[in-house]
Design a protein around this ligand. Structure first.
Ligand SMILES: Nc1ncnc2c1ncn2[C@@H]1O[C@H](COP(=O)(O)OP(=O)(O)O)[C@@H](O)[C@H]1O
Ligand SMILES: [Mg+2]
Length: 257
């Protein structure tokens, strides 16, 4: 059975969808069969981020109503990478039980089922997390996000999640070196979760949503590759977000920024 992992974190806009999509792509590149599913049923955007809108025939709502099978609804995105879309307007049909059962069925055919969580901690969040066995909190280095990450982690612990990790998104090494931003260790300590990875602020990611794995200089692509290795358990290296800003050239880069 594949691993069912929810990417969550309380706040909207911290990068849950971006991280789910890119970690999924990175895992697929390691040869793991990976399926992505949007837990924000009805207010979906994972399909948009993945440029998959035009390829959707059926979705999770059709599966819930018996109009299509899971197999018919899957969109092939890339080698080893699929999406189960959640575009339905009738999200009421997709109960917690049905959503959870669909994810369990997916875990029979895939190594990873990655669930993109909606914001908040209400019903749609509970539906999404109810389908997962492991959780990853996505937080930015901002205090409000760190606090929400901590609270969400506590809620998940109380729900019985024993395997939990943290991904810090949008960190800026120049700000950290200038003591204007919390560093990754401090954030991990405050959220009280082990760090699975760090993703730097990246203009390319902001505009395109998907990092460019073919660009050897792409810091975000490298950081997602490291996160995939961390989740696979093949390597435990974290992206060094300070390295571009160290030394004389780093100082120059910081001043220019
Ligand atoms: N590391 C990053 N660097 C730059 N922009 C990012 C990064 N991660 C996310 N973003 C941008 O932040 C916005 C919100 O991200 P999104 O993944 O939709 O958040 P959420 O799913 O938590 O609401 C998007 O415009 C996205 O492109
Ligand atoms: Mg989202």
């Amino acid at each position: 059975m594949g691993r069912r992992i929810i990417f969550t974190g309380g706040k909207g806009g911290v990068g849950k969808t971006t991280v789910t999509a890119n970690v999924g792509r990175a895992l697929a590149r390691t040869g793991k069969r990976t399926v992505l599913i949007d837990g924000d049923v009805g207010l979906n955007n994972l399909d948009v981020v993945l440029n998959a809108e035009d390829k959707i025939l059926y979705d999770v709502g059709d599966v819930a109503r018996g109009r299509a099978t899971i197999k018919q609804s899957l969109v092939d995105l890339d080698e080893n990478l699929s999406l189960l879309p959640s575009v339905t307007a009738c999200s009421a049909f997709v109960t917690r039980e049905i959503f959870s059962e669909i994810c369990k069925q997916l875990s029979k055919d895939f190594d990873y089922v990655l669930i993109d969580s909606p914001a908040g901690v209400e019903e749609s969040f509970l539906r999404a997390v109810g389908a997962a066995e492991e959780s990853v909190i996505v937080a930015t280095p901002h205090l409000a996000s760190v606090r929400d990450g901590y609270k969400t982690g506590r809620i998940l612990s109380s729900m019985g999640f024993s395997t939990q990790g943290l991904i810090i998104n949008r960190i800026r090494g120049d700000f950290v070196l200038d003591s204007a931003m919390l560093d990754a260790g401090d954030i991990s300590g405050a959220v009280k979760l082990p760090l699975y990875g760090v993703v730097p602020e990246d203009d390319y990611l902001n505009v395109k949503n998907l990092c460019d794995f073919s660009d050897k200089k792409s810091a975000s692509a490298y950081s997602f590759t490291l996160i995939a290795d961390y989740i696979n358990g093949t390597d435990k290296k974290l992206y060094d977000y300070l390295s571009p800003y160290r030394g004389l050239s780093g100082l120059f880069r910081r001043r220019i920024k």
